[in-house]
Design a protein around this ligand. Structure first.
Ligand code: ADP
Length: 463
């Protein structure tokens, strides 16, 4: 900025200097020329008056002025007298401009340039009463010749102007830039600055505010994540400890021989259940942490959601039957691009919940369809439902509406968390509608870019 300002100021200074020099030199030269003309006219009038009263003899006794030449031309144009040259050697002057004008109008002017254009001759002629013409001439240097003659002083003035312009431009640019450089970006209001900079200062202030707000949000988010991590660790330890305590307790009873032989199968069954629970928990934790690693790419393939629904329904048929729950897959082929492993896990978890939290004789429906250019998969049940105040929280890790019920049905509290993370990794919009006592419907709406167009809508029969 300083460099640009410097060159701008310098250029303006030099332009002003050049323009001023040209104008003043021109004006001076013009003034000087005008003065010379007047002087010549006066001189001629004075000489004419003298010749009229004292006769031509006056000319011979008048002596020569350095700067002027006097010529007397008779009515035929012959030169009677010339102060510089012998009149006999001079040609006829009857046709000279100034002489012709003087004869016609009483006085005449002419300007003649020398061959080299360095000087010019000014001629002023007056008609005398006897018909002869008195002409007085003087030479004057032309402007270019004058400039050429004055080159050294002019050069000195130019160099002086150049040096002055350089120094002053540099100092001015520095002085202009200093307040801008002095702006403290942290506290831009404090510096004394130009009013023109106020919009900029206002923007810096606004940006500072935004940065501060972002920092606060980031810190808050950081804290929240820290808190969540701590809670998660505490929850995991707790969830691991409970089954382990049971397992080691029953195992100890059996090892010490305290357990009666008829109790042993029951204890073994409990150990098996708790080990199963541990297995599920560890499996879910691994699944969740894999999904949380946003950097690790998911292996995506083309999957028909309808086929996926049928497979999951098939897989859960037996557990459903144990709960007297019927399970069905509906809809038609809808092909999307997604990770099959993650999607199967997500739909599996939803289906598992729909069965676990269902009622005797209830129903679970998995549906794949295309809706307005999007692929949609829903898992619907006729179960116990989720109270409105819990609906937003069931996707949190280890959040359960009814902890003992969840434990009794073998829940880990991580199923919906895995669904939420899986959905986020696929940019799937996840929504939950539920009415306590009536049932729950979870909808996965895939973004349009995941839909593979070759899939057609065709309503399949319930599976
Ligand atoms: P869990 O392993 O306990 O099932 P989830 O994360 O899958 O954990 O679900 C969290 C909680 O949300 C469950 O404990 C349950 O209270 C509630 N929930 C989830 N799905 C349903 C459903 N289909 N019907 C009723 N309640 C549900």
């Amino acid at each position: 900025m300083r460099r640009r300002l410097f060159w701008s100021i310098f250029a303006v200074a030099m332009a002003v200097f050049a323009a001023c020099s040209a104008v003043s030199l021109g004006a001076l030269y013009g003034y000087h020329s005008e003065q010379l003309r007047r002087q010549l006219e006066q001189e001629t009038v004075w000489l004419a008056a003298a010749v009229e009263s004292a006769g031509t003899g006056f000319l011979y006794g008048s002596g020569d002025a350095d700067w002027q030449r006097v010529t007397l031309i008779d009515t035929d144009g012959d030169v009677l007298y010339d102060s510089d040259v012998d009149p006999d050697t001079m040609e006829n002057h009857g046709r000279r401009d100034e002489v012709v004008q003087a004869r016609a109008a009483g006085n005449g002017w002419s300007v003649r340039y020398s061959g080299t254009l360095e000087t010019r001759t000014l001629n002023y002629a007056l008609l005398l009463t006897d018909g002869s013409v008195l002409r007085v001439s003087c030479t004057e240097q032309t402007l270019p010749a004058l400039l050429a003659a004055l080159w050294l002083p002019l050069l000195l003035v130019a160099v002086l102007a150049l040096v002055l312009a350089l120094v002053l431009s540099w100092r001015t640019a520095r002085a202009l830039v200093r307040p801008v450089n002095a702006i403290d970006l942290e506290r831009p209001d404090e510096g004394a600055v130009y009013p023109e900079l106020r919009p900029l200062i206002a923007r810096i202030n606004e940006q500072n505010r935004q940065i501060r707000r972002q920092m606060e949000l980031l810190t808050e988010e950081h804290r929240r994540q820290d808190r969540m991590r701590q809670e998660f660790t505490a929850n995991v330890s707790h969830e691991l400890k409970t089954p382990l305590t049971s397992i080691s307790g029953y195992a100890e009873l059996m090892r010490e021989g305290i357990a009666r032989p008829e109790d042993v199968p029951g204890f073994a069954a409990r150990i098996y259940d708790e080990a199963q629970r541990l297995q599920n928990l560890v499996g879910d934790i691994i699944q969740l942490s894999r999904l949380e690693e946003a950097d690790s790419p998911l292996a995506e393939t083309e999957i028909d959601l309808y086929q996926l629904c049928r497979q999951v329904a098939q897989r859960f048929r037996l557990p459903a039957e144990r709960q007297s729950v019927t399970i069905a897959a509906e809809g038609g082929p809808v092909v999307v691009r997604a990770s099959e492993r993650v999607l199967t896990e997500m739909v599996g978890n939803l289906c598992d919940n729909a069965i676990k939290y269902n009622r005797h004789g209830g129903r679970v429906t998995l549906r794949a369809a295309r809706e307005g250019g999007c692929a949609v998969l829903t898992v619907e049940d006729t179960g116990i439902g989720i109270p409105p105040e819990d609906q937003a929280r069931v996707f949190e890790r280890f959040y359960r509406v009814d902890k003992s019920h969840s434990r009794a049905v073998g829940g880990t509290g991580l199923g919906l968390s895995i669904v939420k993370h899986g959905a986020a990794r696929h940019q799937i919009a996840l929504s939950l509608e539920s009415r306590p006592g009536e049932g729950t419907r979870v909808t996965l709406r895939f973004p349009p870019e995941r839909l593979i167009q070759k899939s057609n809508i065709s309503s399949g029969s319930p599976d």
